[in-house]
Design a protein around this ligand. Structure first.
Ligand SMILES: *Cc1c(COP(=O)(O)O)cnc(C)c1O
Length: 364
């Protein structure tokens, strides 16, 4: 029996064809027609004027922050409930992350708490995360009039108030890491409407080389560009994005049906019509349910089915101990009671997951 993972890459003959064509074209470096086309296609999907293909989502966050002018002495608001890369990118620039707690219903950053923070502290930028593929509340966050960089690493294809993820704030970062909704094996993109910002990111991503015949540098640059080969893979994945989102959504609906009516069990972010359903998580109140999320996780693991607690909050991470944090306890509770379930579009035998869940619930 093969292990069922949370979110593994979903490849088809289309990817093979695009990749082989790119290889045969000779454009194997981080420059070429597939990279240009991939940037155009992603910008179109996100509803932005510009896109810059880079080597990872983390690199995209780093460049977007640098282009915004974030640096030493600055404070940037980061949700505490996120993957470490969000906070790390802030630290790379020399700025300080200020962690802010989340809403209990969907785990996204608590906009009213952000409002309280920006009234009391000098904040250079807000870096909201679109958690597990549900957009943060940009309607409330935009009203605060602090520059926003959107961490849309998990949210390509999602929408908020009818607008696509990636279109909020001054710029957004996408990730094409192997476990994301679509992948280039590794890769990312900065998307923005701001032409200067896009040009600055492109410049910094290519070692900040000045446009003269010899090697001339006025800035410390980075080697962050995306390979043309991987961009070809990305174009193939993008052509299948809607189909892959549909499969993830169907899986989420099936989880919703299975857990409906069970006391103390809910789906995190249930009812967001704009979610891309990257990862589905359940939240289990052990007093009401009579069982704990991690017990279901252990049971599924014995059936060779992967699950994972929701992100361990940044303020609990050893590396970020002692940093400033504005907390309500919501992220702590979600970490203690939440479980990400297998959500990938490449899962071919979901019946196995549901049989194992049935077995667990029948024994309770
Ligand atoms: C995956 C992820 C990243 C980092 O993307 P990489 O491509 O792996 O560098 C950043 N932020 C969030 C919220 C993520 O989930």
């Amino acid at each position: 029996m093969t292990r069922i993972f949370l979110s593994s890459p979903d490849m088809s003959g289309t990817e093979e064809r695009y990749l082989v064509n790119a290889l045969r074209s000779g454009w194997v470096a981080p420059v070429g027609p597939d990279l240009d086309a991939f940037e155009r296609e992603i910008a179109e999907r996100c509803g932005t004027a510009h896109a810059v293909g880079v080597s990872s989502g983390t690199a995209a966050l780093h460049l977007a922050l640098l282009a915004l002018g974030v640096g030493p002495g600055d404070a940037v608001i980061v949700p505490t409930l996120t993957f470490a890369a969000t906070a790390n990118a802030v630290v790379y620039t020399g700025a300080e992350p200020v962690f802010v707690d989340c809403r209990p219903d969907d785990g996204n950053i608590d906009a009213s708490l952000v409002e309280a923070v920006v009234k009391q502290e000098k904040i250079k930028a807000i870096l909201p995360v679109d958690l597990f593929g549900s957009c943060a509340d940009y309607t409330a966050l935009a009203a605060l009039e602090v520059p926003i960089i959107e961490d849309a690493a998990e949210a390509l294809g999602a929408t908020h108030a009818g607008r696509p993820a990636g279109s909020f704030g001054r710029a957004a970062a996408l990730s094409f890491n192997g476990n994301k909704i679509m992948t280039t094996s590794g890769g990312g993109m900065v998307v923005t409407d701001d032409e200067w910002l896009a040009r600055r990111c492109r410049h910094l991503a290519t070692q900040a080389r000045e446009p003269v015949p010899h090697y001339e540098h006025a800035d410390v640059g980075y080697n962050y560009r995306l390979s043309n080969l991987l961009a070809a893979l990305g174009r193939a994945q993008l052509s299948r994005l809607d189909e892959m989102i549909k499969r993830r959504r169907q899986l989420r609906e099936r989880y919703a049906e299975r857990f409906a009516g069970l006391p103390g069990v809910r789906l995190l972010g249930a009812g967001d019509p704009g979610a891309n359903c990257w990862l589905t998580a359940i939240v289990v109140d052990p007093d009401e349910a009579g069982w704990q999320a991690h017990e279901l996780g252990a049971h599924l693991d014995r059936h060779d089915i992967e699950t994972r607690p929701v992100w361990k909050p940044m303020h609990l991470q050893p590396v970020y101990r002692g940093r400033r944090a504005w907390l309500t306890g919501a992220a702590d509770r979600l970490f203690a009671t939440g479980l990400n379930l297998p959500s990938g579009s490449a899962i071919r035998d979901p019946d196995r997951i549901f049989a194992a869940i049935d077995e667990f619930l029948e024994r309770r």
